[in-house]
Ligand binder design. Structure first.
Ligand code: PLP
Length: 387
């Protein structure tokens, strides 16, 4: 399915199962970026020449496309370098000074832990059960004990593929006057997102995990909160007036985009979103690959899976009893299969499970059941060698 759209696969026989880290890019994304560089490369939001106007229009069109894609208004989209920068922006421009406590889940990526620590916020953690799900009653009692906090939770766990019930989590948080940030890094490529029907306050994501380029992502924020926020960085493009005595800033979202932005990347991001939009059966494909991978893995001896939950998307994580995950990763790589081993930047949940890391297969629209069969054969071979 769709492999022909990706030049990466035209010159090799690789099986690429590390999509949760970053996905491959379709030709349309490369073409859009190339067109910018070869025919209208120019800086944005300054000057009045024709090329600059065209580049500005394309960049702003990218913002509109992204806003539409997630059901937001265009002035609620702040471009950032990715999810990490979006969370850091929110931490220093909004959360620090307004909140004492941030409520996280045990499944969080380090990008949703460190920004709070660096801004001296108190962290409370909602644990997960043996299937790695959040218990909503326990969550409600934690939120009730910590009203007026920020809840910051991942939409899909990058380490285990668990899809959190974010609509319910948001509703409960709002009952206790909490605000909610959802880390959507893994969700953009796998789920339909509608920030208005979710009533989420903030939502962060990266383009490169959804067929777009690296170096660009966004923070969605309800406009009323963006209006309250101070700039994250200062520099060109984000000001009304500057003097040595004082400066005034543009309205959101421009106030948060200091300096020359990732213009080609924003244009590539737009092309990636348009590409995703025209894919039919994306979620069904995802589900069938995951189910197939799970049942194929379960047929192996000594397999350890970490969840039997049905609410999973994108990734499956496992270990083989008595064998180090990295040894498997190395032997699979030698057989041209690229998957991820390690803690997946989610050390707290690894510690809670008493493991150093896992082997993770993560899927994209170009992966096939045949590739899963080949991976399982290569895995069996690796296990025979290592035993
Ligand atoms: N959050 C989750 C759940 C992730 O999977 C990742 C990346 O792996 C991030 C945050 C950080 O994304 P980025 O490195 O693109 O900023």
């Amino acid at each position: 399915m769709n492999k022909k759209d990706f030049p990466f696969f035209q010159n090799n026989e690789l099986i690429y199962l590390d999509n949760a880290a970053t996905s491959q890019k379709p030709q349309v994304v490369l073409d859009a970026m190339n067109e910018y560089y070869t025919s209208y490369c120019s800086n944005i939001h300054r000057g009045s020449h024709e090329l600059g106007n065209k580049a500005t229009e394309s960049y702003e069109e990218a913002r509109r496309t992204l806003a539409k894609f997630i059901g937001a208004q265009e002035n609620e989209i702040v471009f950032t370098r990715g999810t990490t920068e979006a969370i850091n922006l929110l931490a220093s421009s909004y959360v620090k000074g307004n909140f004492d406590t941030v409520i996280l889940s045990e499944l969080e990526h380090h990008s949703n832990i460190l920004p709070w620590q660096l801004n001296d916020l108190h962290i409370e953690v909602i644990g997960v059960d043996q299937d790695l799900n959040i218990n909503l009653e326990e969550y409600e009692s934690l939120v009730k004990k910590n009203p007026h906090s920020l809840v910051s939770i991942t939409h899909i766990s990058n380490a285990f593929g668990i899809v959190n019930p974010i609509k319910e989590l948001i509703q409960i948080a709002h009952k206790y006057e909490c605000k909610v940030l959802i880390d959507g890094a893994q969700a953009l490529a796998h789920l339909k997102i509608d920030v208005k029907s979710l009533d989420v306050d903030f939502y962060a994501f990266s383009a490169h995990k959804a067929y777009g380029p690296t170096g660009i992502g966004a923070l969605y924020a309800k406009y009323e909160f963006l209006e309250e926020m101070n700039p994250y960085q200062g520099g060109g493009s984000m000001i009304n007036e500057v003097s040595f005595e004082y400066s005034t800033f543009l309205d959101p979202p421009f106030r948060f985009e200091a300096g020359t932005q990732a213009i080609a990347e924003a244009i590539g991001f737009k092309a990636a979103l348009e590409y995703i939009k025209q894919i039919k059966g994306l979620q069904a494909h995802d589900k069938s690959l995951l189910e197939y991978a799970k049942s194929s893995l379960e047929a192996l001896d000594d397999i350890i899976l970490y969840t039997q939950a049905k609410n999973v998307s994108g990734s499956i994580s496992f270990n083989i009893k008595g064998i180090h995950h990295d040894d498997i990763g190395i032997l699979l790589s030698k057989q041209n299969i690229m998957l991820r081993t390690g803690h997946h930047c989610a050390m707290p949940i690894m510690k809670r499970l008493g493991i150093e890391g896992t082997i993770r297969m993560s899927f994209a629209i170009y992966n096939t059941k045949e590739e899963i069969d080949k991976t399982i054969n290569a895995l069996s071979k690796a296990i025979r060698i290592l035993r």
